[in-house]
Design a protein around this ligand. Structure first.
Ligand code: SAH
Ligand code: SF4
Length: 384
């Protein structure tokens, strides 16, 4: 039996090297009585070559390979299903190593290919427009689950040996979950994304999106230099309290101040924060909201990304018309902002945040009423 087919109960006792940062892996080898440079060799095998089996790591001694077989493993999360959209978007439904489904989406766009990575199974923050939030919180992903989503995307194109750099050029932590509520694994995985011995993506091309966990954002500025996006979605606290409940704890002024501190810690005056604003028909998409937003963000170093609301089952919110989006956009442009509108990609495969897992969870719940049918979510996917 190869290590990849070991039952999870046996495999869990082994150290999963995939999610270890360079420093953690060096400490691991030191504890084994080995030289720290072994960490660099193993990192290249895992992240440059896509190799999971220690027996294939031919520049390690036979004795070390045997030792690693006993005490370690290279385990990405499991791909449950893979869906290709007609527009080139690819989406994976992924089972985390300790259980629970998340999704990962790759969005190619010209020379770029942006991977949207999940950080948690579900989310506890319950934003009113988010299908992940409606699911509630299930569990945190491990660092191996998070970096493993980059690994499996490259592996899925069979691209480890033939140009992995072109498969994933950018990463956004905008999948399921609130990354700052799963701090250490997210920081470790982002470190690996940027490490030349792993994926070597520049800090400008790795973006963490947060709904505004202010103390964790302050901590982030001490340990990371990734690009920052904030989920604002409203120009005032009264409306944001309804849409993004964590605003009641950390209101807009505190969030913007924390962002300013983050940028100051980077010491690069050219860096800006991306402000995400999901436009919901009749809720936050009116002209007066745009005018108020333009006032709020005056003097705040940012660009604005407008996201027309993606519908999902059970939500009473609606997507605004194209005219409403243009009107909102125009007000901000006239006020001098850089504004982009996120185009919907992968519509035919439910690639908008949380949609695919939402469907699977719904189907699982439905089928729970027919107990003889639903033995596992995997089977339910196969049956339906
Ligand atoms: N928890 C983090 C990152 C994941 S959500 C955060 O909130 O920033 C990633 C982005 O998708 C956020 O800007 C979020 O507001 C947006 N989003 C979530 N549900 C959406 C929906 N139904 N339609 C459009 N955007 C949505
Ligand atoms: Fe969580 Fe982000 Fe969804 Fe809010 S928008 S519920 S923070 S995943």
């Amino acid at each position: 039996m190869s290590d990849s087919t070991l039952p999870a109960s046996q495999a869990q006792e082994r150290a999963n090297l995939l999610g270890m940062t360079r420093g953690q892996l060096e400490a691991f080898f030191r504890d084994l009585g080995e030289k720290p440079f072994r960490a660099q060799q193993v990192m290249k095998w895992m992240h440059h070559q896509g190799v999971r089996s220690f027996s294939d790591m031919t520049n390690l001694s036979k004795a070390l390979r045997d030792k690693l077989e006993q005490c370690a493993e290279v385990r990405p999360p499991e791909v449950v299903s893979c869906h290709d959209s007609s527009d080139g978007t690819r989406k994976w439904l992924v089972r985390s190593i300790e259980g629970g489904l998340v999704e990962t989406v790759l969005i190619p766009d010209g020379d770029r290919a942006t991977l949207c990575v999940s950080s948690q199974v579900g989310c506890s923050l319950d934003c009113s427009f988010c299908s992940t939030g409606k699911q509630g919180f299930e569990r945190d992903l491990t660092a191996a689950d998070i970096i493993g989503q980059v690994w499996l995307a490259i592996d899925s194109y069979d691209a480890f040996k033939a140009g992995k750099d072109r498969v994933v050029t950018n990463v956004v932590m905008m999948g399921m979950g609130e990354p700052l509520l799963n701090f250490d694994p997210v920081v470790a995985a982002m470190e690996l994304m940027m490490d030349d011995l792993a994926y070597g993506i520049s800090k400008r091309r790795v973006t963490l999106s947060t709904s505004g966990v202010v103390p964790a954002l302050d901590r982030l500025s001490e340990v990371s230099s990734v690009s920052l996006a904030i989920s604002l979605h409203a120009p005032n606290d009264a409306l944001r309290n309804q849409l993004v409940p964590i605003n009641r704890k950390y209101p807009i002024a505190q969030l913007l101040d924390s962002c300013r501190r983050y940028l100051a810690a980077q010491g690069d005056k050219k860096r800006v924060v991306t402000v995400e604003y999901t436009l919901i028909a009749g809720v936050n998409d009116q002209r007066e909201h745009a005018v108020e937003l333009a006032g709020l963000l005056k003097d705040f170093p940012c660009k604005i990304n407008l996201i027309p609301f993606n519908t999902f089952g059970g939500s009473s919110y609606e997507r605004p018309s194209g005219n409403a989006v243009s009107r909102f956009w125009q007000v901000l442009i006239d006020a001098g902002y850089i504004v982009t509108v996120r185009t919907t990609r992968g519509d035919d495969i439910s690639a908008a945040c949380g949609q695919l897992v939402g469907e699977v969870v719904d189907r699982t719940r439905r089928s729970e009423r027919h107990r003889n049918r639903a033995q596992s979510d995997l089977q339910v996917i196969a049956v339906d």
